[in-house]
Design a binder for this molecule. Structure first.
Ligand code: GLN
Length: 487
């Protein structure tokens, strides 16, 4: 990797501002890294190299003219579930191949308005359903730390691109863990904001009450920068909140004196990898050394998160995915008649996991079952939310593992959907409660695979998460290690 592609986004911004480097040089360095590593990693579905170089040249001119926008000339990658005007957006699905949005998602538009250079669209589990990126119709993404292993999912392409130095940062989406889990498995930082903090407009919907776009980066400071640009009210998304956006970067720094950190008993379970527990407990001790007070807490409804999520998310997905009928978007298998065309398009266009979710969701919502499944799941979701509300009366932030295990091998979980769903046990609760979660690298297992610590804060307290994660990174070096990639 070139020196530039190992640097943090924040350091690159400084060098761009000091005129030490140009955006064109920087963009070339990333495109070279992509050329070198993409054949073995496959983090991207679409590359936008030409456009990136043109954007970079324009950014350099703008800077020369005095433009100081917050991301001017910074090369980023975006998950292929976020609409990009004029650039194919497939969601990792056959059914959307050839679909070119006529508008950009608000989150993407804000990054563009801030001056980003778009390198390309990243690979993902089809419609963001999965935990390994093995459900992509465009082939798997490989983990840069070990190419026999999955990068996690569903934002596996975004996580792998950052870990392999193929982007200075990337945007993912998290419905039940899809930013935090791949960040943990690829040794990068991943932030799922509070529900309603970043607009969902133009994000292709999976679970509308859960979906959150957010950054994957090398450092917490970098995540703070990207969140600051993307966050804020959007009149085009009725669930986006008007809560003011603080200056997240300015809020970083200082020790953790007086911070109360809750460690939930229910997040250290039988069957989790011992090395994950050891590393996360050591990271929590580090927080103590930085001044935090550590408190054991109980989150008694944690166990229900998995069944509740796997009712609510598929139910919402089954409704959201009804629009893919071969008439309006993407690919069509034309059989003459309308019903035949619908059936053939959906039959051939969707992969197995997406079909499974549509069937589960349709069943859970059908007359006679609605109260027993969807209605009950909503009630239990309220109890899970209540666990967080009670916890946050006693503590400022919760610390836990992001995942029960490090990156697994391709095929290990594909035969058993439940086994795959279990990868998300620690990320689902925060998603259901709508609160923000941050995964920071906190160690490696004996096979050299990264481990992530998850920090969770009350809704709209991303500032607390970021300050805690940043203090941890100032005191540790896990995030400075880079995957050694063979050329
Ligand atoms: N892995 C979870 C699922 O398959 C979460 C996915 C996500 O957050 N998009 O639904």
């Amino acid at each position: 990797m070139s020196e530039l592609t190992r640097m943090t986004l924040s350091a690159l911004l400084e060098r761009l501002r000091a005129r030490d480097i140009s955006s064109v040089e920087l963009t070339r360095a990333y495109l070279d890294a992509i050329q070198a590593h993409e054949p073995s990693i496959h983090a991207f579905i679409t590359l936008t190299a030409e456009r990136a170089l043109a954007d970079a040249a324009r950014a350099d001119q703008q800077r020369a003219a005095g433009d100081e926008r917050p991301l001017l000339g910074i090369p980023l990658a975006i998950k292929d579930v976020l609409s990009t005007q004029g650039i194919e957006t497939t969601c990792g699905s056959r059914i959307l191949s050839g679909y070119v949005p006529v508008f950009s998602a608000t989150a993407v538009q804000r990054l563009e308005d801030a001056g980003m250079v778009l390198l390309g669209k990243t690979n993902m589990d089809e419609f963001a359903m999965g935990s390994s990126t093995e459900n992509s119709a465009r082939g798997v993404t490989r983990n840069p730390w070990n190419t026999e292993r999955v990068p996690g999912g569903s934002s596996g392409g975004s996580a792998a691109a950052v870990a392999a130095g193929m982007a200075s940062g990337a945007i993912g989406t998290d419905t039940g863990g899809s930013i935090r889990q791949p960040a943990a498995l690829c040794g990068v930082v991943g932030l799922k904001p509070s529900y309603g903090r970043v607009s969902r407009y133009g994000l292709v919907a999976f679970g509308s009450s859960l979906d959150c776009p957010g950054p994957l980066t090398r450092t917490v400071e970098d995540a703070a920068r990207l969140l600051g640009v993307m966050a804020g009210h959007d009149p085009l998304d009725a669930t986006s909140m008007t809560t003011p956006v603080p200056d997240y970067v300015a809020g970083l720094g200082g020790d953790l004196n007086g911070l109360r950190v809750g460690v939930p008993r229910q997040y250290f379970i039988d069957g989790m990898q011992a090395e994950v527990e050891t590393s996360v407990r050591a990271a929590i001790e580090q927080l103590r050394a930085l001044g935090a007070e550590i408190v054991e807490i109980d989150m008694p409804h944690t166990d229900y998160s998995l069944p509740v999520y796997y009712i609510i998310a598929p139910a919402e997905a089954s409704a959201n995915l009804a629009r893919y009928d071969g008439i309006r978007f993407g690919a069509r298998v034309d059989k003459g008649g309308m019903w035949e065309t619908y059936k053939a398009t959906r039959g051939e266009g969707f992969g197995a996991e997406v079909k499974r979710r549509i069937m589960l969701g349709t069943y859970a919502l059908s007359a006679g079952y609605y109260d027993a499944y969807y209605g009950k799941a909503q009630q239990v979701r309220t109890l899970i939310k209540g666990d967080f509300e009670l916890a946050f009366e006693r503590v400022d932030v919760i610390a836990a593992p992001t995942t029960p295990k490090t990156a697994f091998k391709f095929g290990d979980n594909t035969g058993d959907p439940l086994q795959m769903y279990l990868e998300d046990v620690f990320t689902l609760p925060a998603s259901l409660a709508g609160v923000p979660g941050l995964s920071v690298p906190c160690g490696f297992d004996s096979a050299g695979l990264p481990i992530g610590m998850q920090l969770i804060a009350p809704a709209f307290r991303e500032d607390v998460l970021l300050r805690t994660g940043h203090a941890y990174q100032q005191a540790t070096e896990w995030h400075t290690r880079s995957a050694e990639l063979k050329l």
